[in-house]
Ligand binder design. Sequence first.
Ligand code: ATP
Ligand code: MG
Length: 324
Amino acid sequence: MVDQADPKVERIGEYAIDAVHLTKKIGQRVAFDDLSFQVQYGEVFGFLGPNGAGKTTTVRTLGTLLAPTSGSANVVGIELNSQNSVEIRSRISIMPESPGLYNRLSVEENLECFADLYMLKDAKEQISVSLEAVNLSSRRNDLCGTLSKGLRQRVGLARALLNDPKLLFLDEPTSGLDPIAALEVHELIINLKQRGVTIFLTTHRLDEAEKLCDRVAILNTTLKMIGRTNDLRNNMFAKSMIVKTLNALESPAAVFEDIEGVTSWEKSSDGSFSLNVTSVESVAPNVTRALVKAGADVIFIGEAHHSLEDVYLEIVGADGGGNK
Ligand SMILES: Nc1ncnc2c1ncn2[C@@H]1O[C@H](COP(=O)(O)OP(=O)(O)OP(=O)(O)O)[C@@H](O)[C@H]1O
Ligand SMILES: [Mg+2]
Protein backbone atom coordinates (compact mmCIF):
# COMPACT_ATOMS: atom_id res chain seq x y z
CA MET A 1 0.00 0.00 0.00
CA VAL A 2 0.94 3.64 -0.19
CA ASP A 3 3.36 4.78 2.44
CA GLN A 4 2.09 8.19 3.46
CA ALA A 5 5.39 9.11 5.07
CA ASP A 6 7.65 7.95 2.21
CA PRO A 7 10.23 10.75 1.86
CA LYS A 8 10.80 9.87 -1.83
CA VAL A 9 7.30 11.03 -2.63
CA GLU A 10 7.42 14.74 -3.30
CA ARG A 11 4.14 16.46 -2.48
CA ILE A 12 2.56 19.76 -3.34
CA GLY A 13 -0.90 19.89 -1.82
CA GLU A 14 -2.68 16.97 -0.26
CA TYR A 15 -3.40 14.85 -3.34
CA ALA A 16 -1.65 14.08 -6.63
CA ILE A 17 -5.08 14.40 -8.27
CA ASP A 18 -8.21 15.86 -6.76
CA ALA A 19 -11.11 15.97 -9.22
CA VAL A 20 -14.47 17.49 -8.29
CA HIS A 21 -17.52 17.01 -10.54
CA LEU A 22 -15.25 16.99 -13.58
CA THR A 23 -17.13 16.66 -16.89
CA LYS A 24 -16.04 16.72 -20.53
CA LYS A 25 -18.35 16.98 -23.50
CA ILE A 26 -17.03 16.72 -27.02
CA GLY A 27 -19.67 18.13 -29.32
CA GLN A 28 -22.92 16.46 -28.30
CA ARG A 29 -21.14 13.50 -26.74
CA VAL A 30 -20.41 13.24 -23.05
CA ALA A 31 -16.93 11.68 -22.85
CA PHE A 32 -17.01 11.52 -19.03
CA ASP A 33 -19.45 12.90 -16.54
CA ASP A 34 -19.28 14.23 -13.00
CA LEU A 35 -16.04 12.58 -11.91
CA SER A 36 -15.07 13.21 -8.29
CA PHE A 37 -12.12 11.28 -6.94
CA GLN A 38 -8.68 11.64 -5.40
CA VAL A 39 -5.38 9.97 -6.16
CA GLN A 40 -2.93 9.89 -3.30
CA TYR A 41 0.73 10.71 -3.74
CA GLY A 42 2.83 7.58 -4.19
CA GLU A 43 0.06 5.24 -5.27
CA VAL A 44 -0.49 3.31 -8.46
CA PHE A 45 -4.08 4.14 -9.34
CA GLY A 46 -5.83 1.92 -11.89
CA PHE A 47 -8.42 3.44 -14.21
CA LEU A 48 -10.55 0.72 -15.79
CA GLY A 49 -13.53 0.74 -18.10
CA PRO A 50 -14.80 -0.55 -21.43
CA ASN A 51 -13.92 0.94 -24.81
CA GLY A 52 -15.31 4.45 -25.05
CA ALA A 53 -15.70 4.78 -21.28
CA GLY A 54 -13.79 8.07 -21.26
CA LYS A 55 -10.43 6.92 -19.86
CA THR A 56 -8.17 8.53 -22.45
CA THR A 57 -10.23 11.72 -22.42
CA THR A 58 -9.89 11.85 -18.63
CA VAL A 59 -6.11 11.41 -18.94
CA ARG A 60 -5.90 14.13 -21.57
CA THR A 61 -8.03 16.46 -19.48
CA LEU A 62 -6.11 15.91 -16.23
CA GLY A 63 -2.91 16.15 -18.28
CA THR A 64 -3.90 19.69 -19.45
CA LEU A 65 -4.27 18.68 -23.12
CA LEU A 66 -8.06 19.26 -23.09
CA ALA A 67 -10.05 21.75 -21.05
CA PRO A 68 -12.89 20.30 -18.95
CA THR A 69 -16.43 21.42 -19.79
CA SER A 70 -17.30 21.81 -16.11
CA GLY A 71 -16.10 20.89 -12.68
CA SER A 72 -12.64 21.45 -11.27
CA ALA A 73 -9.45 19.60 -10.44
CA ASN A 74 -6.12 20.04 -8.77
CA VAL A 75 -3.24 18.17 -10.35
CA VAL A 76 -0.05 17.85 -8.28
CA GLY A 77 -1.56 20.44 -6.00
CA ILE A 78 -2.05 23.02 -8.77
CA GLU A 79 -5.45 24.15 -9.97
CA LEU A 80 -6.23 22.85 -13.44
CA ASN A 81 -6.71 25.87 -15.71
CA SER A 82 -5.15 27.26 -18.85
CA GLN A 83 -2.87 29.67 -16.93
CA ASN A 84 -1.38 26.82 -14.91
CA SER A 85 -0.95 24.32 -17.75
CA VAL A 86 2.76 24.87 -18.24
CA GLU A 87 3.48 24.59 -14.54
CA ILE A 88 1.43 21.39 -14.23
CA ARG A 89 3.04 19.91 -17.34
CA SER A 90 6.53 20.49 -15.93
CA ARG A 91 5.64 18.11 -13.08
CA ILE A 92 3.65 15.44 -14.88
CA SER A 93 4.01 13.28 -17.95
CA ILE A 94 1.65 11.35 -20.20
CA MET A 95 2.55 8.22 -22.08
CA PRO A 96 -0.13 7.89 -24.76
CA GLU A 97 -1.29 4.53 -26.05
CA SER A 98 0.90 4.74 -29.14
CA PRO A 99 4.08 6.70 -28.56
CA GLY A 100 4.55 9.04 -31.53
CA LEU A 101 8.19 8.50 -32.46
CA TYR A 102 10.22 9.66 -35.46
CA ASN A 103 11.02 6.39 -37.19
CA ARG A 104 13.99 7.71 -39.14
CA LEU A 105 15.73 8.98 -36.03
CA SER A 106 17.57 6.90 -33.46
CA VAL A 107 16.25 6.30 -29.96
CA GLU A 108 18.62 8.93 -28.58
CA GLU A 109 17.83 11.46 -31.34
CA ASN A 110 14.12 11.01 -30.63
CA LEU A 111 14.68 11.74 -26.96
CA GLU A 112 16.85 14.76 -27.87
CA CYS A 113 13.97 16.17 -29.95
CA PHE A 114 11.55 15.82 -27.05
CA ALA A 115 14.08 17.17 -24.56
CA ASP A 116 14.39 20.25 -26.82
CA LEU A 117 10.62 20.53 -26.95
CA TYR A 118 10.40 20.40 -23.15
CA MET A 119 13.34 22.87 -23.00
CA LEU A 120 15.15 20.65 -20.51
CA LYS A 121 18.29 22.25 -19.10
CA ASP A 122 20.17 19.06 -18.34
CA ALA A 123 18.97 17.19 -21.44
CA LYS A 124 22.01 14.89 -21.90
CA GLU A 125 21.94 13.73 -18.31
CA GLN A 126 18.15 13.24 -18.29
CA ILE A 127 18.26 11.24 -21.53
CA SER A 128 20.85 8.90 -20.01
CA VAL A 129 18.86 8.54 -16.79
CA SER A 130 15.63 7.83 -18.71
CA LEU A 131 17.29 5.28 -21.01
CA GLU A 132 18.83 3.58 -18.02
CA ALA A 133 15.46 3.49 -16.21
CA VAL A 134 13.86 1.54 -19.05
CA ASN A 135 16.91 -0.64 -19.83
CA LEU A 136 17.43 0.86 -23.25
CA SER A 137 20.94 2.30 -22.96
CA SER A 138 22.35 -0.35 -25.28
CA ARG A 139 19.77 0.45 -27.97
CA ARG A 140 20.28 4.23 -27.95
CA ASN A 141 21.69 4.28 -31.51
CA ASP A 142 19.03 2.03 -33.07
CA LEU A 143 16.60 3.66 -35.49
CA CYS A 144 13.11 3.81 -33.92
CA GLY A 145 11.60 2.44 -37.15
CA THR A 146 13.49 -0.84 -36.58
CA LEU A 147 12.24 -1.42 -33.03
CA SER A 148 9.64 -3.99 -31.96
CA LYS A 149 6.37 -2.82 -30.42
CA GLY A 150 7.63 -3.58 -26.90
CA LEU A 151 10.83 -1.63 -27.43
CA ARG A 152 8.92 1.31 -28.91
CA GLN A 153 6.73 1.25 -25.82
CA ARG A 154 9.86 1.49 -23.70
CA VAL A 155 11.13 4.45 -25.73
CA GLY A 156 7.74 6.04 -25.09
CA LEU A 157 8.22 5.45 -21.40
CA ALA A 158 11.77 6.88 -21.52
CA ARG A 159 10.33 9.94 -23.25
CA ALA A 160 7.68 10.29 -20.53
CA LEU A 161 10.40 10.16 -17.87
CA LEU A 162 12.54 12.93 -19.39
CA ASN A 163 11.12 15.66 -17.18
CA ASP A 164 11.40 13.50 -14.03
CA PRO A 165 7.63 13.60 -13.45
CA LYS A 166 6.04 13.38 -10.01
CA LEU A 167 2.85 12.07 -11.61
CA LEU A 168 2.88 9.79 -14.63
CA PHE A 169 -0.18 8.94 -16.73
CA LEU A 170 0.19 5.64 -18.56
CA ASP A 171 -2.55 5.01 -21.12
CA GLU A 172 -2.69 1.26 -21.76
CA PRO A 173 1.09 0.82 -21.57
CA THR A 174 0.97 -2.94 -22.23
CA SER A 175 -1.63 -2.97 -24.98
CA GLY A 176 -0.52 -5.39 -27.69
CA LEU A 177 2.61 -6.53 -25.86
CA ASP A 178 3.56 -10.18 -25.46
CA PRO A 179 3.50 -11.56 -21.89
CA ILE A 180 7.24 -11.09 -21.33
CA ALA A 181 7.31 -7.54 -22.71
CA ALA A 182 4.26 -6.77 -20.55
CA LEU A 183 6.04 -8.17 -17.49
CA GLU A 184 9.00 -5.88 -18.22
CA VAL A 185 6.67 -2.89 -18.28
CA HIS A 186 5.16 -4.08 -14.98
CA GLU A 187 8.63 -4.15 -13.45
CA LEU A 188 9.31 -0.65 -14.72
CA ILE A 189 6.07 0.54 -13.15
CA ILE A 190 7.00 -1.09 -9.83
CA ASN A 191 10.46 0.57 -9.99
CA LEU A 192 8.90 3.96 -10.68
CA LYS A 193 6.55 3.56 -7.74
CA GLN A 194 9.51 2.65 -5.54
CA ARG A 195 11.22 5.84 -6.71
CA GLY A 196 8.21 7.80 -5.47
CA VAL A 197 6.41 8.46 -8.77
CA THR A 198 2.60 8.51 -8.56
CA ILE A 199 1.11 6.50 -11.41
CA PHE A 200 -2.30 6.80 -13.07
CA LEU A 201 -2.69 3.66 -15.13
CA THR A 202 -5.43 2.94 -17.63
CA THR A 203 -5.63 -0.67 -18.68
CA HIS A 204 -7.93 -3.37 -19.99
CA ARG A 205 -5.82 -6.05 -18.33
CA LEU A 206 -7.53 -6.76 -15.06
CA ASP A 207 -4.76 -9.09 -13.86
CA GLU A 208 -2.34 -6.23 -14.44
CA ALA A 209 -4.50 -3.84 -12.40
CA GLU A 210 -4.87 -6.41 -9.64
CA LYS A 211 -1.11 -6.92 -9.49
CA LEU A 212 0.06 -3.32 -9.73
CA CYS A 213 -2.60 -1.02 -8.36
CA ASP A 214 -3.12 0.15 -4.80
CA ARG A 215 -6.64 1.24 -5.75
CA VAL A 216 -8.76 1.08 -8.87
CA ALA A 217 -11.64 3.06 -10.28
CA ILE A 218 -14.15 1.63 -12.74
CA LEU A 219 -15.45 4.15 -15.25
CA ASN A 220 -18.26 3.93 -17.75
CA THR A 221 -18.73 7.62 -18.57
CA THR A 222 -19.56 8.08 -14.88
CA LEU A 223 -17.52 6.62 -12.04
CA LYS A 224 -19.02 3.28 -11.06
CA MET A 225 -16.78 2.27 -8.23
CA ILE A 226 -13.51 3.16 -6.57
CA GLY A 227 -11.46 1.45 -3.91
CA ARG A 228 -8.89 -1.17 -3.02
CA THR A 229 -9.42 -4.37 -4.98
CA ASN A 230 -9.91 -6.41 -1.81
CA ASP A 231 -12.51 -4.03 -0.45
CA LEU A 232 -14.37 -3.97 -3.77
CA ARG A 233 -14.74 -7.73 -3.91
CA ASN A 234 -15.56 -8.02 -0.21
CA ASN A 235 -18.25 -5.37 -0.56
CA MET A 236 -19.71 -6.87 -3.71
CA PHE A 237 -19.68 -10.55 -3.06
CA ALA A 238 -21.02 -12.57 -0.16
CA LYS A 239 -18.30 -14.47 1.64
CA SER A 240 -18.30 -17.99 0.36
CA MET A 241 -16.51 -21.29 0.62
CA ILE A 242 -15.92 -24.17 -1.76
CA VAL A 243 -16.22 -27.76 -0.57
CA LYS A 244 -15.18 -30.81 -2.62
CA THR A 245 -15.61 -34.42 -1.57
CA LEU A 246 -14.22 -37.58 -3.13
CA ASN A 247 -17.64 -39.25 -3.44
CA ALA A 248 -21.00 -37.55 -3.87
CA LEU A 249 -22.66 -36.57 -0.59
CA GLU A 250 -25.75 -38.66 0.05
CA SER A 251 -27.75 -35.93 1.63
CA PRO A 252 -26.03 -32.52 1.28
CA ALA A 253 -29.05 -30.66 2.68
CA ALA A 254 -28.80 -32.63 5.92
CA VAL A 255 -25.09 -31.76 6.16
CA PHE A 256 -25.14 -28.06 5.29
CA GLU A 257 -28.49 -26.79 6.55
CA ASP A 258 -27.74 -27.29 10.21
CA ILE A 259 -24.31 -25.67 10.23
CA GLU A 260 -24.29 -22.40 12.12
CA GLY A 261 -23.07 -19.56 9.89
CA VAL A 262 -23.94 -21.19 6.54
CA THR A 263 -26.59 -18.89 5.07
CA SER A 264 -27.14 -20.78 1.79
CA TRP A 265 -25.53 -23.48 -0.32
CA GLU A 266 -25.66 -24.84 -3.85
CA LYS A 267 -24.15 -27.68 -5.82
CA SER A 268 -21.92 -26.72 -8.75
CA SER A 269 -21.84 -28.53 -12.07
CA ASP A 270 -18.50 -30.18 -11.18
CA GLY A 271 -20.03 -31.78 -8.07
CA SER A 272 -18.43 -29.38 -5.60
CA PHE A 273 -20.50 -27.21 -3.24
CA SER A 274 -20.53 -23.47 -2.84
CA LEU A 275 -21.55 -22.24 0.60
CA ASN A 276 -22.37 -18.65 1.50
CA VAL A 277 -21.14 -18.06 5.02
CA THR A 278 -21.16 -15.27 7.57
CA SER A 279 -17.41 -15.53 8.11
CA VAL A 280 -15.00 -18.02 6.55
CA GLU A 281 -12.69 -18.15 9.59
CA SER A 282 -15.40 -18.97 12.11
CA VAL A 283 -17.58 -21.20 9.93
CA ALA A 284 -14.90 -23.36 8.22
CA PRO A 285 -14.25 -25.51 11.34
CA ASN A 286 -18.00 -26.19 11.70
CA VAL A 287 -18.21 -27.21 8.04
CA THR A 288 -15.22 -29.53 8.42
CA ARG A 289 -16.72 -31.17 11.52
CA ALA A 290 -20.11 -31.64 9.84
CA LEU A 291 -18.53 -33.25 6.78
CA VAL A 292 -16.43 -35.61 8.86
CA LYS A 293 -19.49 -36.53 10.95
CA ALA A 294 -21.37 -37.33 7.73
CA GLY A 295 -18.54 -39.67 6.74
CA ALA A 296 -17.49 -37.59 3.72
CA ASP A 297 -13.96 -37.85 2.27
CA VAL A 298 -13.07 -34.18 2.02
CA ILE A 299 -10.53 -33.34 -0.71
CA PHE A 300 -10.85 -29.56 -0.63
CA ILE A 301 -12.32 -26.98 1.65
CA GLY A 302 -11.44 -23.32 1.28
CA GLU A 303 -12.50 -19.77 0.65
CA ALA A 304 -13.93 -18.89 -2.77
CA HIS A 305 -11.77 -16.19 -4.31
CA HIS A 306 -13.34 -13.48 -6.43
CA SER A 307 -11.04 -11.72 -8.84
CA LEU A 308 -11.06 -8.12 -9.98
CA GLU A 309 -12.45 -9.53 -13.22
CA ASP A 310 -15.53 -10.76 -11.30
CA VAL A 311 -15.97 -7.27 -9.84
CA TYR A 312 -15.50 -5.63 -13.24
CA LEU A 313 -17.92 -7.94 -15.02
CA GLU A 314 -20.51 -7.46 -12.32
CA ILE A 315 -20.32 -3.66 -12.61
CA VAL A 316 -19.77 -3.16 -16.32
CA GLY A 317 -22.04 -6.08 -17.22
CA ALA A 318 -24.86 -4.64 -15.10
CA ASP A 319 -24.26 -1.36 -16.88
CA GLY A 320 -24.89 -2.93 -20.27
CA GLY A 321 -21.20 -3.27 -21.21
CA GLY A 322 -19.36 -0.62 -23.23
CA ASN A 323 -21.55 2.33 -24.01
CA LYS A 324 -20.15 3.75 -27.19
N1 ATP B 1 -11.89 14.13 -30.46
C1 ATP B 1 -13.05 13.52 -30.27
N2 ATP B 1 -14.12 13.82 -31.02
C2 ATP B 1 -15.32 13.21 -30.80
N3 ATP B 1 -15.54 12.28 -29.86
C3 ATP B 1 -14.50 11.93 -29.10
C4 ATP B 1 -13.20 12.52 -29.24
N4 ATP B 1 -12.37 11.98 -28.33
C5 ATP B 1 -13.13 11.08 -27.65
N5 ATP B 1 -14.39 11.06 -28.10
C6 ATP B 1 -15.49 10.20 -27.61
O1 ATP B 1 -15.50 10.24 -26.20
C7 ATP B 1 -15.81 8.94 -25.68
C8 ATP B 1 -14.69 8.50 -24.74
O2 ATP B 1 -13.54 8.21 -25.50
P1 ATP B 1 -12.16 7.78 -24.85
O3 ATP B 1 -11.15 7.70 -25.96
O4 ATP B 1 -11.85 8.68 -23.74
O5 ATP B 1 -12.50 6.32 -24.29
P2 ATP B 1 -11.54 5.23 -23.66
O6 ATP B 1 -12.15 4.83 -22.37
O7 ATP B 1 -10.14 5.71 -23.65
O8 ATP B 1 -11.71 4.01 -24.68
P3 ATP B 1 -10.64 2.89 -25.15
O9 ATP B 1 -10.65 1.84 -24.09
O10 ATP B 1 -11.25 2.38 -26.43
O11 ATP B 1 -9.30 3.53 -25.35
C9 ATP B 1 -15.99 8.04 -26.89
O12 ATP B 1 -17.33 7.98 -27.20
C10 ATP B 1 -15.23 8.76 -27.98
O13 ATP B 1 -15.73 8.44 -29.24
MG1 MG C 1 -8.38 5.04 -24.50
